[in-house]
Design a protein around this ligand. Sequence first.
Ligand code: COA
Length: 261
Amino acid sequence: MKTFENVLVDSNNGISTITIDRPSKLNALNKATIKELHHAFMEADEDPDIKVIIITGSGEKAFVAGADISEFADYSVSQGSELASQGQALLFDYVAHLSTPVIAAVNGFALGGGLELAMAAHFRIASDNAKMGLPEVSLGVIPGYGGTQRLPQLVGKGRAFEMIMTAGMISAENALDYGLVNYVTTQEELIPLAEKLAGKIMNNSPVAIAAAIVAINAGFEEGENGYDEEITQFGKCFGTADFQEGTQAFLQKRKANFPGK
Ligand code: COA
């Protein structure tokens, strides 16, 4: 396994926990960290023993306080476009389309690119000290890592407009109320809760979960028909060893032991 400068990876019992580790900069995402995260996610996704990925931030203060502002402060128009397109391809779109489920455990500030990374994960949980927002317009720019698309999908257009236009932060409780996170807990209980949810996911067929990710994502993609994709993915499941095992286990009144194929 590769070692990284700004990312820690801990793989245990089918779970890969990827921790962004730049606490002195509140885990801000510079380009180097985005590349490292890409590799860490790729390695976890390609490892057949890993069934769930948890993404979190180092320290008690921040998940990620945004893209690294010091890195892009003097960028031109073309450099700005490239920053967004490369970041989306390497990390944000990449994570959203992984076959392995990704849970974001938001342990503090999730601002700008930090909230965008949490939103690229398949779902989110938060500690009660977490604060979330897309403050980009306060810097004279807009969210560029998928935030203008994923925030309205998750919280609705009106709340997304308010959050983006005011550049404000919402509390973990508000985020729960908005449906932006699924659970709020204490900081100590955050990773244990993520692991408990991962445990429930791991009881199920990884192949069927990967098919569900493709079908759900299709409903949010330009030019794709989610219902058609659902039919395709549903049909494909019937040709898998996991389907044989899942249905046989049910009929034989035993717990399924999915081969993941
Ligand atoms: N990019 C680069 N550096 C960042 C950063 C970011 N997005 N967010 C925080 N940092 C750095 C700070 O510059 C500071 O570094 P320094 O100690 O070398 O000066 C360090 O992280 C600690 O941050 P600080 O601002 O001192 O902490 P705070 O508790 O006073 O405030 C925040 C916390 C999150 C409110 C504040 O850091 C902030 O507003 N960050 C920027 C958020 C943002 O606009 N993100 C969107 C970017 S597109």
